[in-house]
Design a protein around this ligand. Structure first.
Ligand code: GLN
Length: 205
């Protein structure tokens, strides 16, 4: 089974470990550079992106993680994780750092300050078709993807309401990101999709 790390500096780490295990991965927490070196792929959980950015630096993980991503390590970022993986972030703090692994512009807290959280049933490209079912998506002070580069694939959009059509799931090569939190719903399909991506990344081209 692929060894997949969950960045465990802050955020909902336990739910991701459980979801990855159910999806067939060997899941492990990552807090130290040695732990990062031992995994094949990484999940960056939700939480608070500017705090996580600061903790990555404090724990000496920022540069090694950025390097592993530049070398092609598969990654999945949920919510704050999506923000950290992006190349361009709107409405963040000027001192916040990010990992430049996903060629998108993300807007933090995009759904508005008064909108703490909401849920929607959406079509997830590559998952909904073969499982024949939409996905319940939970958004918590979530970002949306404001724009993408041509190599980025859109996997899901907000299905209705004032933010209808906004991009909330994307993939670029080995990097996957969602604005929402599949780890809190008991739906393991996004984690299973990521575990398949990590398996595929090992295949010779
Ligand atoms: N609003 C948070 C941030 O900017 C993300 C929220 C989340 O991860 N649930 O980092």
């Amino acid at each position: 089974a692929p060894r997949i790390g969950v960045l465990a500096l802050q955020g909902d780490v336990r739910e991701h470990l459980a979801a990855l295990t159910v999806a067939g991965a060997q899941a492990a927490t990552v807090r130290r550079p040695e732990e990062l070196a031992a995994v094949d792929a990484i999940v960056i959980p939700g939480g608070e992106s500017t705090t996580m950015s600061r903790l990555l630096t404090v724990f000496d993980l920022f540069d090694p993680l950025r390097q592993r991503l530049a070398d092609g390590m598969p990654a999945y970022g949920s919510c704050a994780g999506m923000i950290l993986l992006a190349t361009t972030i709107l409405d963040t703090r000027p001192d916040a750092r990010h990992l430049d692994a996903l060629d998108i512009t993300v807007r933090r807290n995009a759904f508005g300050r008064q909108v703490e959280s909401f849920e929607a049933d959406l079509e997830f490209d590559g998952i909904s078709e073969w499982s024949g079912d939409t996905m319940r998506a939970v958004f918590i002070r979530a970002p949306w993807v404001e724009s993408i580069s041509p190599d980025v694939e859109v996997l899901a959009r907000v299905p209705h309401g004032p933010a209808q059509g906004r991009i909330v799931a994307v993939r670029q090569g080995n990097v996957l990101a969602t604005s929402f939190h599949p780890e809190v719903t008991g739906d393991r399909r996004v984690h299973a999709y990521f575990v398949d991506m990590v398996r595929g990344a090992d295949d010779p081209a």
